[in-house]
Design a protein around this ligand. Structure first.
Ligand code: DGL
Length: 263
């Protein structure tokens, strides 16, 4: 019988940055990704809608017999993680805590910036997670709602995105942060621009690798495995998703459209 896959979901293409880190660290694992492209973005939705979508996504992955779910979406992790953990028997791993832990470990001054969607920032999830690890940290948060549409548009190395980033980050840079958490799984795709805007003095925290290590810690030893399979599912198959997905995962992927509707 084939080994149960690890399920991963995001509102769209951003969670593929986490899928890639999982693939690199755990090449023997079967992975199944769901990008809810029909309903992206989540970051501008209300908490109850984000929770409902997250439950539906996890149920979809459950129907594929997953042994674990990675919530590769900060917005879902911020609002729905506890509910998902109560609802399902398998382990559910979020992205907020691993990112917060890494930020605290990297920051020397304890002045930590967090950027994310409106819903992630207004949840205060990063602030709470960072302060629970280092109560002396000072957390500065900024919602950057234009980043997701710019990234989904493929404007990853574009001057418009750089101007927008400069405007959003101005305040955080003026208060002297030394670490910036990319609190949205889409943002690592514009790391080049963010690095340029922030300069060398600010460490950028992308939690993808930290999440992959947390998943590894939950698995039994995996020596001598053959290469696992990767399936990528979406609720709306678009040329835009395919283009960015190939940029992240390489050309050898296939993308399948699935329906979230109940029969
Ligand atoms: N990738 C999602 C996250 O990490 C955000 C994208 C969206 O707004 O749907 O929050």
């Amino acid at each position: 019988m084939p080994e149960s896959p690890i399920g991963v979901f995001d509102s769209g293409v951003g969670g593929l940055t986490v899928l890639k880190a999982l693939r690199e660290l755990l090449p023997g694992e079967n992975l199944i990704y769901f990008g809810d492209t029909a309903r992206v973005p989540y970051g501008t939705k209300s908490p109850s809608t984000i929770i409902r979508y997250s439950l539906e996504n996890a149920r979809l992955l459950e129907s594929f017999g997953v042994k674990m779910v990675v919530v590769a979406c900060n917005t879902s992790s911020a609002h729905a993680l506890d509910i998902l953990r109560k609802e399902f028997d398998f382990p559910v791993v979020g992205v907020v805590r691993p990112g917060a832990k890494l930020a605290v470990a990297l920051s020397k001054s304890g002045r930590i910036g967090v950027i994310g969607t409106e819903a992630t920032v207004s949840s205060g999830a990063y602030r709470k997670a960072i302060l629970s690890i280092n109560p002396f940290a000072t957390v500065f948060e900024k919602a950057c709602p234009l980043f997701v549409p710019l990234i989904e548009e493929g404007w990853i190395e574009d001057e418009v995105t750089e101007i927008v980033a400069g405007r959003y980050l101005k305040e955080l840079l003026s208060v002297g942060i030394d670490t910036l958490v990319l609190g949205c799984t889409h943002y690592p795709l514009i790391k080049g621009i963010l690095r340029k805007v922030c300069g060398e003095g600010v460490r950028l925290v992308d939690s993808a690798d930290a999440v992959a290590r947390e998943v590894e810690g939950l698995l039994p030893s995996r020596s001598g495995r053959t290469e696992g399979k990767v399936r990528i599912l979406v609720s709306d198959r678009t040329e835009r998703f395919e283009r960015i997905a190939r940029m992240i995962m390489g050309d050898g992927i296939t993308i399948e459209e699935v329906s979230l509707e109940k029969d």
